[in-house]
Design a protein around this ligand. Structure first.
Ligand SMILES: Nc1ncnc2c1ncn2[C@@H]1O[C@H](COP(=O)(O)OP(=O)(O)OP(=O)(O)O)[C@@H](O)[C@H]1O
Ligand SMILES: [Mg+2]
Length: 441
């Protein structure tokens, strides 16, 4: 128990309201209580009792039952029905002494019952007990209020902490991603540099070999024709035939080497892109024009790959976007990567869903005050939920032989790392994929 609580309980200054229609009883009771140091107010009927209690709620009421209208029970009922007085403990006073009377007094809301004639010690003991209980109730109530406030406060603090933690996690994830890409960049620079020359060599020789083999095959064909005309059944004719088959096989191999070499060249070109974060190349450019250029380039590229893919391209440009500061060369590369992916997803959906499917690409730009928002949305195959977390990882691809898996990590690097923007993806597999890009103005 706190020191203030025990002090109030010991203090004899409590305020007691005594209600009895017999002046002698009233005097007797109040003398007993005043002698103990209590503050006593005396009233002679129920109506005055109700007024006095509402005006200045006492700590305890001693209430006679047998009074002319209203009697003690009625007074008790009114007090219990009023929010300012309902918590005041009431001790009934009466000469009625049957069990039924006492039960009725308690069911009305009385806390105790004293029978007349009064015994001084009994009155004082009961009064003291109920004042103590009352005091304890009051402090319990106050403590509950304080606890409820504290709980609420803690919940607020907890909510704020959770939010801060979430923000920290996001920042951390972004930093890890940036760090990963930065160290990867250095590694890539080394590898790309080492591989570029030998790969050029391989590709050039493969191309040269194919040309030579073509010439050789043509010569052989002429020889074979003349030889067959002059010596149709000779052993040499058969040997020349086998020789040509062999030549075709070698040519096929050279072509495969060339094809794979070209793909490796593309990987290296992308890796170089990662490394080339040229902050020196900052300029001011018009965003809508840049986006439009990216769409034209990417759609052209798409048409060379999927010649019969017709895409309904919808654009919605916000004309109020001011000039943007940044590296337009890197940004256009980032947009093209996103658009290439979208066209690819549309081509795949067309394969799966058939002729009735209408491939759609929606691009919009929006001026949001301190940043611009660019969205790229396609109704292609979508990104399966189990790989959504991986698509920005370098070298992650689902395009077995068609992709390097660097497109999105380059775009992320350019948009987030280089330009301080954001790049997020939202997709419903089988329905749509949307990329939202923000760039600071
Ligand atoms: N619009 C999209 N719709 C469906 N899947 C997508 C979309 N964009 C990206 N993806 C998924 O994310 C993966 C990674 O994309 P990313 O651009 O990094 O590499 P890639 O396209 O596979 O290869 P590259 O870009 O080198 O050609 C893709 O393989 C694909 O599974
Ligand atoms: Mg891609």
């Amino acid at each position: 128990m706190s020191p203030e609580v025990s002090k109030t309980i010991m203090s004899p200054r409590e305020n007691i309201l005594v209600v009895d229609d017999k002046p002698d009883n009233l005097r007797l009771l109040s003398n007993i209580l005043i002698a103990e140091g209590y503050k006593v107010r005396k009233v002679l009927n129920g109506r005055l009792a109700l007024d006095a209690a509402k005006l200045d709620p006492p700590d305890l009421i001693l209430l006679d039952i047998m009074m002319p209208d209203p009697d003690g029970y009625q007074v008790c009922q009114s007090l219990k029905a009023n929010s300012t007085t309902q918590e005041i403990p009431i001790i009934f006073l009466s000469a009625l002494n049957t069990v039924a009377d006492k039960v009725k007094a308690f069911t009305m809301g009385g806390v105790d019952y004293i029978t007349k004639p009064f015994q001084q010690e009994e009155v004082l003991a009961r009064v003291k007990t109920h004042l103590q209980i009352r005091q304890l109730n009051v402090s319990l109530h106050e403590q509950n209020l304080r606890l409820a406030e504290e709980v609420q406060h803690r919940q607020q603090v907890e909510a704020e902490l959770t939010k801060t933690l979430q923000e920290l996690r996001e920042t951390q994830a972004q930093m890890v991603m940036k760090e990963k890409l930065a160290s990867l960049g250095a590694l890539m620079a080394g590898i790309a540099h080492e591989l570029r020359n030998p790969l050029n060599f391989v590709n050039n020789y493969a191309e040269g070999s194919i040309e030579l083999l073509d010439e050789l095959a043509a010569d052989l064909q002429t020889h074979l024709q003349t030889h067959l005309q002059t010596h149709p059944d000779s052993v040499e004719s058969a040997a020349l035939g086998e020789f040509q088959d062999l030549l075709d096989e070698i040519r096929g191999n050279a072509q495969a080497i060339h094809q794979h070499g070209k793909r490796a060249e593309q990987v290296i070109a992308n890796m170089m892109q990662h490394v080339r974060a040229d902050h020196s190349g900052l300029q001011s450019f018009e965003l809508n024009g840049l986006v439009q250029e990216a769409i034209s380039l990417s759609y052209h590229n798409c048409r060379t790959q999927f010649s019969n893919l017709e895409v309904a391209v919808q654009v919605d440009y916000d004309a109020t976007i001011p000039p943007i500061q940044g590296s337009s060369g890197d940004l256009i590369r980032a947009f093209i990567n996103l658009l290439d992916n979208a066209f690819y997803a549309l081509s795949q959906q067309k394969l799966q869903a058939g002729e009735s499917f209408v491939p759609r690409l929606q691009i919009s730009t929006q001026n949001c005050g301190n940043h611009v928002l660019i969205t790229v949305r396609d109704n292609g195959i979508g990104v399966p939920s189990d790989i959504q977390a991986k698509i920005f990882d370098p070298f992650f691809t689902t395009k077995a032989n068609d992709g390097t898996g660097l497109g999105l990590s380059i775009s992320y690097d350019v948009i987030v790392g280089q330009h301080g923007g954001a790049l997020v993806m939202h997709s419903e597999p089988g329905d749509f994929t949307e990329f939202a890009i923000t760039l600071p103005i």
